[in-house]
Design a protein around this ligand. Structure first.
Ligand code: PMP
Length: 401
């Protein structure tokens, strides 16, 4: 008998499991709106042209070798990543107060940041928004932090519960860590306005809470890298400390390359350098050092003015297609006379729409229309196209009537 005979089957991941179910469905009209990966109007995954170009350059450069990167990853990639999120003229960067380490995409950056905090920060509680990306609770719990939630989404208005957010952060213990989605909140698509961000900043600083930004969608929300970085830059500008986890999965389409960065903005250069020495002790026993290819692609694009400009154009095109899908779905539901106020579809931003459909309606749409999405009613707008909008509209109409 197997020594593992007692092992019970674990449930599928709630998000990735949607794709598993989709793959098993033989229906020709099936539609996967579960996982947050960009698709073209033809429903195909997209490799950016600028990424192809950068890869070509890397292949042609025969001086390139496959040696290990340092524990902290590719130095140039780290510098350019900090600049991308904090801005080219960031005083924190100029004063060498930022330490950046290359990590395994956004997830790995969150995990390394979480493990560092669990070892070296005085307050072990992290507040995450309710709801949030399903992996946050698991990442931070396993990192050794204690996870609590703050109110974020208001189902009645399908918008931000700003009062609830202020109350919950206001009653958090001094020093607590606060996880903030830098832009394009997942799963709700609801972001604070800049004025609200400023109020959040004041509250966080007045209570000495520690902000930890999850930046998985820079450029994907508005189509502008700078506009989407505004909340993070607002916090960095006050001279206070914060953590930032960046992912290049969505904005460069580098999902499977697992390329991201963790930056910790510190008060002084001396603190930053000691923090970095401890980050190395977190990383070394976890995976020794990060992979080289994805970071080389990113550095090649970020360092070259022409490639960078080309990237911003391709990024804007992805963001614009998603925004156009919102409009098309909204218009189709209106034209169809589907009961309910669907204006949240065009008000929310980023990759997802939090439709307001409940688990029963989702199950109905999957069973009767072969449309796959998470049970919280979140749909990935990037998985939709002009061709599939009518089918989704039919399904939503049938689900709510
Ligand atoms: N944070 C949020 C909010 C996300 O939506 C995602 C991707 N779904 C991530 C982090 C991390 O993704 P990755 O590890 O692929 O960069």
């Amino acid at each position: 008998d197997s020594v593992f005979a007692h092992v019970v089957r674990a449930p599928e991941d709630p998000i990735l499991g949607v794709t598993v179910a989709y793959n098993k469905d033989p229906s020709p009209v099936k539609l996967n709106l579960g996982v947050g990966a960009y698709r073209t109007e033809e429903g195909k995954p997209l490799v950016l042209n600028v990424v192809r170009k950068a890869e070509q350059q890397l292949v042609n450069d025969v001086s390139r070798v496959k040696e290990y990167l340092p524990i902290v990853g590719l130095a140039e990639f780290n510098k350019l990543s900090a600049k991308l999120i904090l801005g080219a003229d960031s005083p924190a960067i100029q004063e060498n107060r930022v330490t950046t380490v290359q990590c395994l995409s956004g997830t790995g950056s969150l995990r390394v940041g979480g493990e560092f905090l669990a070892r070296h920060y005085h307050e072990r509680t992290i507040y995450i928004p309710l709801p949030t990306w399903g992996n946050h609770t698991k990442v931070f719990t396993l990192a050794g932090l204690s996870v609590k939630t703050y109110r974020y989404y208001d189902p009645a208005s399908r918008g931000l519960n700003f009062q609830g957010l202020l109350e919950d952060l206001g009653s958090a213990p001094s020093g607590a860590i606060v996880l903030l989605h830098a832009c394009a909140h997942n799963p709700t698509g609801v972001d604070p306005t800049l004025e609200q961000w400023e109020q959040i900043r004041q509250l966080i600083r007045s209570k000495a809470l520690l902000p930890f930004f999850d930046s998985a969608y820079q450029g994907f929300a508005s189509g502008s890298l700078d506009a989407d970085a505004q909340p993070v830059r607002l916090f960095a500008a006050d001279g206070g400390e914060c953590l930032i986890a960046q992912s290049y999965a969505k904005n460069m389409g580098l999902y499977g390359e697992r390329v991201g960065a963790l930056s910790i903005v510190c008060k002084t250069a001396d603190v930053a350098s000691r923090v970095e020495s401890q980050l190395k002790l977190v990383i070394r026993p976890m995976y020794s050092n990060p992979p080289i290819h994805g970071a080389s692609i990113v550095a090649t694009i970020l360092r070259d003015r022409d490639l960078y400009n080309e990237w911003t154009i391709e990024l804007k095109a992805m963001a614009d297609r998603i925004i156009s899908m919102r409009q098309q779905l909204f218009d189709a539901l209106r034209a169809r006379g589907t009961p309910g106020d669907w204006s949240h579809i065009i008000k929310q931003i980023g990759m997802f729409t939090f439709t307001g459909l409940n688990a029963e309606q989702v199950a109905f749409m999957t069973k009767e229309y072969h449309i796959y999405m998470t049970f919280d009613g979140r749909i990935s707008m990037a998985g939709l196209s002009s061709r599939t909008v009518p089918h989704l509209t039919d399904a939503i109409h049938a689900a709510v009537t």
